[in-house]
Design a protein around this ligand. Structure first.
Ligand code: ADP
Ligand code: TRP
Length: 327
């Protein structure tokens, strides 16, 4: 049975990119997968690399949890947990960091792009912890956005070299699972939508805020009258991801014909998002009022994950000639 695993950092509220690129495809697989073969977690340890205020990370955790539940993740069928509640993962990350070449890690984009700033050791070893997240459970299907491909590649390298070192197939090689049309959803500025770039569309914002986010989508300065190119426009790119095909074709025709302004297109996008996600928005707000329920759900998931993790870690410890963890 193939295991699926994915994590979202608690660095903010999940945006349209996280939702379309990772959450919905993961839920579709996880809810159909064999019981206890799907691992969905909130990567709060990874968030600490970016946000030092632990209280903020914790509050964001609820938003991520509420979003997964609002989109219908069946937590009976999968293991849904906070990364920090299964601390075995940090032990595995240490073993990996003891033999993974430092020089190879210096080539990782998430490190290279930041290297001129004052960065933490945590940011540097970020991909090692991510490899541990995946390899601890022997997950082979990893739904992610395009920006995570390099990290998955590192996890594969670690698995391969560890297996070689111990002369045993202890780790399965993970594969990225990309949702082709939504693997890099553009933000309001046309760059990849991101929680850290203030270019997101947060479908869980209050109506007025959501509208403001959509109104801020960058366009060229063609007048209302002019014909527009539907293939080179961020409003259209987002509309294509949320609207049914007949509505997309209607909007395309209006672009090509002219006499249709970007303001109108933005309003259509706003209304489509409200319509498409109305059920999920309601559920999200309702879950956000029940933090102790969220804690309970996450804690139950962590207990299940911890049992699997300890069993696996003992196997790994045995290969390393270390004592096993006794409960
Ligand atoms: P962010 O980059 O917004 O902080 P995370 O790092 O928590 O989000 O990403 C969680 C998952 O969502 C990852 O698998 C990531 O690749 C994916 N993801 C993030 N942004 C996008 C996007 N704009 N389009 C598609 N997937 C995305
Ligand atoms: N690094 C991922 C991100 O920035 C989050 C993450 C942490 C993850 N561990 C993971 C994703 C394991 C998939 C599998 O978005």
């Amino acid at each position: 049975m193939e295991k699926i695993l994915t994590g979202i950092r608690s660095t903010g509220t999940p945006h349209l990119g996280n939702i379309l690129g990772v959450m919905i495809p993961s839920i579709n697989i996880a809810n159909m997968n064999e019981k206890n073969s799907s691992f969905i977690f909130i990567a709060d340890l990874h968030s600490m690399v970016q946000i030092n205020n632990i209280k903020t990370v914790k509050n964001n955790t609820y938003q991520i949890a509420a979003a997964w539940l609002a989109f219908g993740l069946n937590t009976e069928n999968c293991l849904f947990y906070r990364q920090s509640d299964v601390s075995e993962v940090t032990e595995l990350a240490w073993y990996f960091s003891c033999f993974f070449p430092y020089q190879r890690l210096t080539l990782v984009h998430s490190f290279k792009n930041e290297v001129k700033k004052k960065i933490s050791l945590g940011l540097f070893s970020y991909p090692i912890l991510m490899a541990a997240d995946i390899l601890l459970y022997n997950a082979s299907i990893i739904p992610v956005g395009k920006d995570q491909l390099q990290h998955i590649e590192i996890a594969r390298r670690i698995a391969t070299s560890f297996n070689k070192r111990i002369n045993e197939k202890l780790f399965v090689l993970p594969n990225a699972f990309l949702q082709k049309e939504a693997m890099s959803v553009p933000g309001t500025d046309g760059e990849k939508m991101s929680k850290s770039k203030n270019n997101w569309i947060n479908i869980f914002s209050a109506n007025e805020i959501l509208k403001k986010q959509i109104m801020s989508i960058r366009t060229d300065n063609k007048s209302l009258k002019e014909k527009k190119n539907p293939e080179q426009d961020y409003i259209m790119s987002l509309y294509k991801l949320v609207a049914p095909s007949e509505k997309i074709n209607e909007m395309k025709e209006k672009y090509i014909k002219g006499g249709y302004g970007y303001l109108e297109a933005k309003i259509s996008l706003y209304e489509m998002i409200l319509h498409k996600f109305s059920k999920e928005r309601k559920k999200f707000f309702s879950f956000m009022k029940k933090k102790s329920l969220l804690d309970h759900i996450l804690y139950s998931g962590a207990k299940k994950a911890k049992n699997v993790a300890i069993e696996r870690l003992n196997k790994i410890r045995k290969c390393l000639r270390l004592n096993s963890i006794k409960l």
